[in-house]
Design a protein around this ligand. Structure first.
Ligand code: NAD
Length: 427
């Protein structure tokens, strides 16, 4: 199937076009029915909202936000909400698209969704953040619901914001609806193990990648870009539980390097006491984000934002394994270069799927109002991540392709079957 078969529809922008390229590579290889392929190339629903927020000084500012549902053939839409000054429809639609494949690769009964608000949260007071969150959630309420579309945290959103969302929705419908969002605080229907889940999934898939390459993860060195939820938990679990040596991490304020390995708990404590930033940490050498990506390490975990690895720096990357903690960190051009260099890339839709998997556990617990303990969560997550990795790796061997294309083949087959079995309404 060629991009030219897309008819009159226009990609939202370069990121969505890149996401479609990944899909089309797999669709070609698996000889996907073009009728289904054309349908799956596009989001099903898009809502763009412009809404007022009363600022602390009495001014009313207008913000722009989005909720996109890419495909709901296999179940309600699922995907986070991001607050970022550069968020746009291209980004949110791409993230929704990836969510469909991420849920399908993990065999979760969900479709893909995503949301975002264009806002610089560092410029908001706590009260402004709350008013913005509650108004935005009311604006998208027509799309969301425990059986329709279940948001979760993403960049710059967290458990506290999920609690406001859940409360806002519950006030509007007149009863407490725990299952409307995941990533909530524990005493509001949150799940044990949700904050660490994405990082744990990254660590588990990094270990599986080491195994298939015959490497021992406890002897591996690691560099991690991004030290937020995903980056810091990946660092902690990789070092504490898998024995890997995390020699470098970075965030928006710059990077840090220590050849003997960083003390991750100490660094997390420093970050938390330093407005969320790692800059100035005394027990490591400062490096730039660019230097971090090009370090001579075994495993590189991009866990910040999209397009971190491009054709400009791909040639300089020395890691043998890349585990994509972030969504969309590698451009298709960079991926071609890395594959030729023999780098094994564990793609985002598999590597960072631990978060949505434990979100699924949270939703199941909320619907049943019956809660599991942390051992149950970790055991179930590990089993699902290991199985999904194995299935993708087997598909990679079968089709003689790369891990991303293999993950898409696994995911697309499941969604395509669901579409076929449901049929095109009305016939
Ligand atoms: P977060 O807001 O907690 O952390 C983001 C981190 O990236 C911060 O440390 C920030 O300083 C850093 N960062 C931002 N711009 C940077 C830059 N230019 N260079 C280096 N570092 C930079 O967000 P998060 O939840 O950890 O999400 C990170 C990525 O993981 C995103 O792509 C997100 O979509 C993806 N993801 C998150 C989850 C989850 O459960 N939180 C699940 C799946 C995927």
């Amino acid at each position: 199937m060629k991009l030219s078969t897309m008819g009159n529809l226009k990609p939202f922008g370069p990121l969505y076009e890149n996401a479609q390229k990944q899909f089309l590579k797999a669709a070609d290889l698996m000889e996907l029915d073009p009728n289904i392929g054309n349908f799956l190339l596009w989001p099903q629903r898009i809502l763009e909202v412009h809404f007022p927020v009363v600022m602390d000084d009495g001014r009313v500012e207008i913000f722009e936000g989005y909720r996109v549902q890419h495909n709901t053939a296999r179940g309600p839409a699922k995907g986070g909400i991001r607050y970022h000054p550069d968020t746009n429809l291209d980004e949110v639609a791409s993230l929704a698209f990836w969510m469909t494949w991420k849920c399908a690769v993990m065999n979760l009964p969900y479709g893909g969704g995503k949301g975002g608000v264009r806002v610089d949260v560092t410029k908001l007071s706590e009260k402004e953040l709350e008013r913005l969150s509650r108004r935005f959630f009311s604006e998208i309420q027509m799309m969301v619901g425990p059986h329709k579309d279940i948001p979760a945290p993403d960049v710059n959103t967290n458990a506290k914001i999920m609690a406001w969302y859940m409360d806002t929705y519950s006030m509007n419908v007149g009863y407490t609806a725990l299952g409307v969002v995941t990533g909530k605080p524990l005493d509001l229907g949150g799940s044990e193990g949700r904050p660490e889940a994405t990082g744990r999934g990254v660590a588990i898939t990094a270990n599986e990648a080491c195994k298939v390459l015959g490497k021992d993860i406890s002897k591996a060195t690691v560099a991690i870009q991004g030290f937020g939820n995903v980056g810091s938990y990946s660092a902690k679990i990789l070092s504490e539980e898998f024995g890997a040596k995390v020699v470098a991490v970075s965030d928006v304020s710059g990077g840090l390097y220590n050849e003997n390995g960083l003390d991750i708990d100490d660094l997390i404590a420093y970050r938390d006491a330093n407005k969320g930033l790692i800059k100035g940490y005394p027990k490591a050498k400062p490096i730039t984000n660019e230097e971090l990506l090009e370090l001579d390490v075994d495993i590189l975990v991009p866990a910040a934002l999209e397009n971190a690895i491009t054709e400009k720096n791909a040639n300089n990357i020395r890691a043998k394994i890349i585990v994509e903690g972030a969504n969309g960190p590698t451009t298709p051009e960079a991926e071609e270069i890395l594959i030729k260099k023999g780098v094994l890339i564990v793609p985002d839709i598999l590597a960072n799927a631990g978060g949505v998997t434990v979100s699924y556990f949270e939703w199941v617990q909320d619907l049943q109002t019956f809660f599991w303990d942390i051992d149950d969560i970790r055991k179930k997550l590990t089993k699902m991540m290991v199985n999904a990795f194995a299935e993708v790796y087997k598909t990679k061997e079968k089709y003689n392709t790369d891990m991303r294309t293999a993950a898409y083949i696994v995911a697309i087959s499941r969604v395509a079957n669901a579409v076929k079995e449901r049929g095109y309404y009305p016939m």
